[in-house]
Design a protein around this ligand. Sequence first.
Ligand code: C2E
Ligand code: MG
Ligand code: MG
Length: 651
Amino acid sequence: MLKIPSPSRRVWPRFIMLVAAVAAAVVLLMLLLRQASTQLLQRDAEHVALAWAELASASIEDLEGIFRGEPPTPAAHRDLLRHRKVQEVFRFKLFDRDGRVVLVSDDLDRPAPVVKDNTIGHGNAKVRDLVLNGKHVIELKQGQDASRPALYSEAYVPVMRGGRVIGVVEVYVDQAERAQRIQAAFGLVAAGVFALLGALTTVFCGWWYRRLKAERAAEERARYLSRHDVLSGLLNRSSFNEALDEAAWRHAGGGPGFSVLCVDLDHFKEVNDTQGHAAGDDMLRQVGDRLRALVRQGDRVARLASDEFALLLSGATAPESVTMLAERVIAALAEPFQIDRHSVSSGCSIGAAVFGVDASTPDEVLHKADLALQRAKQAGRGAFHFYDATLDRRLDDRRQLVRDLREAIGSPQMALHYQALYAADGRTVTGYEALLRWRHPVRGPIAPVDFIPLAEDSGLIAPLGRWVLETACAAAAGWPAPLTVAVNLSAAQFSQGDLVDVVRAALEASGLEAARLEVEITESLLLGHTEEVTGTLRALDALGVKIAMDDFGTGYSSLSYLWRFPFHKVKIDRSFTLHLADDPKVRLIVRSIVSLARSLGLRVNAEGVENEAQLKLLQEQGCDELQGFLLARPLPLEALTHPETADVERG
Ligand code: C2E
Ligand code: MG
Ligand code: MG
């Protein structure tokens, strides 16, 4: 199952990263502005100091002497006093070429200097060395008391003569105002940048929000698709399994029990094949809607495979409540579906299993409901069945029997017995009906009515039917002509597509004349695939093989079959023979069948003659052929004696 992390869980780290990035950008910008402001102020201070030093060295008399430590002349003293406050300069110091202070502007008014032990950079050797080597050094400072401006620079400018440093001036530059102006200008820049950053962040967040919403919607959709069947919108198999797990887990924790219904549409394939896949899809959607409408909140409905649905009924464990819901589902799906302005009916079969009763694990309860469904389908369409334990054994048994049957085909376990068919006189044998016998090594004899359906369901009817045809034809080829052999064909043999070839091959291999082979079919064959079956029957007729309608009167007994298909004979089912003596109505029916068959040019056989009374009555009704235990039981080939045969006009 696809696991998709919730988008909200991924948003926060991303958002925090975005905020951190913006904060980092702001801090960086502040640092840059600060740096730029310091540099500007230093450059400004340097510029002022240089101008002052140039002015001083040009205008102060014998500055060289002062640097050497000589006292200034009165003219020089006046100049120095004048230079004490020039524009932003509010103080200065003069140092000799070794970096010792020789004059401080504050002392010009005093009779004796106050500070004498000052050195360049207040003892900072690095600053001193730089300056004495001809470099300008600007130190930005904050005023600590009222004697200093809030912000000022101490600029050391060496004074050179003939390429040598003759002394150093230290100029104190008031930069409070300048700093304010720079701050104001930078404030404007910062405000602009912040506004831009804010706008960009807003636009980005807007875009991001929309993207997130789209992502969330896509993830929701992916999550939905991974849990649901796209066509019907019901849960899919994996999420139904999860729902089963959850229900089992809740039950283990004292929650309600539950049951599972497996629902299979009875005629979906026909709808799909005849009306097209779009119609099939439409029908499945409607089935989904109907099922959803039937269940209660807390129940789950899923589509497991093409036309297979499953319901988890929470709290429903009593057989009555499960049965009631199953019946409602059967009734709801029996209602016709409106597809493409056509009304289409399907119906369904249902199997149910109860958790905790029929199964103890989620997988098992689904499996058992499915087994119950198989049983419901076998019982006929539109049926509902609960799981029962014997079912498992029966299915195992059946699977084993299919394996045994596969091995039995062509082995001595399988044999054909032949029951003689008599002419109306009850003495003359006209031919034999081949009847299959299976002697199972463990179970003993198994009746054809039990294993023929097994062969049909498992696909084994094709090799089995071929073997019967080949064996019967080979046997009949050894009988005196015109004795015939009748072989029963199952409807499933017609859907193999090669029945005509198989019959032709059996005739050729045995050398039996086609007219001496008769195939018996039942009405059930004619109910479906009419085109294909008609084609095969006509091809068999064209081969010269005779065709008999077996067990007539037990099925739909549609008289139309008798003239629409190329029959040569009708075999009246033995249930009529059985009631012939005691029910005049049966006699009437038999007489009608005989007269109808006569007028259509068909021969009439009566099956199941067990006593003289029946024999007599059937002779009176005008039957052409008689068959039954009274006359002969089915016998193995080697037991046949062919005492008396007749060259009976046939077909
Ligand atoms: P069916 O074709 O109607 O065969 C006649 C059945 O009636 C045979 O049963 C036969 O033994 C039985 N029978 C004959 N006379 C009497 C009688 O007087 N009284 C009673 N009670 N029964 C009588 P069997 O051999 O058990 O076969 C049952 C059915 O199995 C057959 O019915 C036929 O439909 C099918 N079958 C038999 N062999 C084959 C085969 O080789 N292929 C196919 N596809 N079906 C076969
Ligand atoms: Mg038969
Ligand atoms: Mg029959």
